[in-house]
Design a protein around this ligand. Structure first.
Ligand code: UDP
Ligand code: MG
Length: 322
């Protein structure tokens, strides 16, 4: 394994760039060319391309890139582990004094690296990109993302910046601490916020995808959203208390109504109200069970302690200096 030979003679790397790749065969060469150009001038640099179980020729493309560019290190995961774990795998291999996480589809412009490096020179541990605009994404995606960040902002126990993804530059110290966090269900942007330190935002304009299609299906988006909520808030667990309070209020009102009806000798027509009350409590109970299940499932997976990801192969990573 190429990595092993490098580990024997570690050389300092000023900057590591980690890019997860899922079915990115069509735009990868353009991404690598732009990223290598953007990183020029910042000292020795490595570009870690993580193939997240792509179903197209992405891995062949990464191998070709590793032959063409000595800075490229290709990592092939055993299967599709998902974006967050692909980034996690890349971060654990990164050796740079600073590490940039960026999407491989050119939605995050590599040229933002320059301003991010300058901002970090001012003494920040983390510089995260905050999206000023996000063209080329559906209205549904923008609306749901915006709603999610608002809800998470209210519920989260740490302040997670709104309208940010995983596009961020981190210091070695933050990456080491992040790598030491063992949680299985990873919501990296929340974990980095949790780590604290001096963090700064940098506004940028997101670009439209240059090629290929989004790998984030609705199911993957929902998974990420529940990982964010369950990972950073216990508020949903308290929902049962809210339902119980509403239930008590309804019960008191119904009892008063029934007593008044009994005293005045009025027959209370019951079917609709009975059905509605039963439905309300049925839904409330099932909803609370589902929420408890979401947390319980995460405890179960965490207890198993399986490795977060499996690496098949690592290629490239020749001389460090561009
Ligand atoms: N990605 C990944 N594994 C997945 C889905 C996506 O590694 O299961 C990568 C993808 O190649 C891209 C980044 O994660 O570099 C962001 O994904 P995508 O562009 O599909 O999501 P979107 O930008 O539409 O939210
Ligand atoms: Mg994208």
């Amino acid at each position: 394994m190429a990595r092993g030979t490098r580990d024997i003679q570690p050389q300092p790397v000023a900057l590591s760039v980690v890019a997860p790749c899922f079915n990115e065969e069509r735009g990868l060469d353009r991404f690598v060319a732009r990223m290598v150009a953007a990183a020029a001038g910042f000292g020795a640099f490595e570009l870690i391309l993580v193939n997240d179980g792509s179903r197209d020729k992405t891995w062949a493309c990464i191998r070709a890139m590793a032959e063409r560019y000595p800075q490229v290190l290709g990592v092939d995961l055993a299967r599709n582990h998902g974006h967050q774990l692909a980034v996690t795998a890349g971060l654990s291999l990164a050796r740079g004094a600073r590490v940039l996480v960026i999407d491989a589809d050119l939605q995050d412009p590599p040229e933002v690296l320059g301003p991010m490096m300058a901002r970090m020179d001012e003494g920040f541990d983390v510089v995260y990109g905050r999206r000023r605009s996000r063209p080329g994404e559906s209205r549904f995606k923008r609306a749901t993302a915006s709603a999610f960040y608002r809800v998470l902002g209210r519920l989260s126990e740490v302040e997670i910046p709104t309208d940010t993804g995983d596009f961020r530059l981190m210091s070695r110290r933050i990456v080491d601490r992040l790598n030491a966090m063992p949680e299985q269900d990873r919501f990296l942007r929340g974990m980095v916020a949790w780590l604290g330190g001096a963090q700064s935002e940098l506004l940028y304009d997101r670009e439209a995808r240059h090629a290929g299609e989004t790998g984030y299906t609705l199911a993957k988006m929902l998974r990420l959203a529940t990982d964010g909520l369950a990972g950073f808030s216990r508020a949903p667990l308290k929902l049962a208390v809210v339902f119980a309070c509403v239930g008590i209020a309804i019960a008191v009102a119904v009892v008063i109504y029934a007593i008044v009806g009994f005293v005045t000798g009025r027959v209370i027509p019951g079917w609709t109200s009975l059905a509605l009350i039963m439905l309300f409590f049925g839904i409330a109970q099932l909803g609370c069970l589902a929420i408890i299940g979401a947390y319980l499932g995460r405890i179960y997976m965490q207890l198993k302690g399986r490795p977060l990801y499996l690496i098949n192969q690592v290629v490239g990573g020749g001389p460090d200096t561009p």
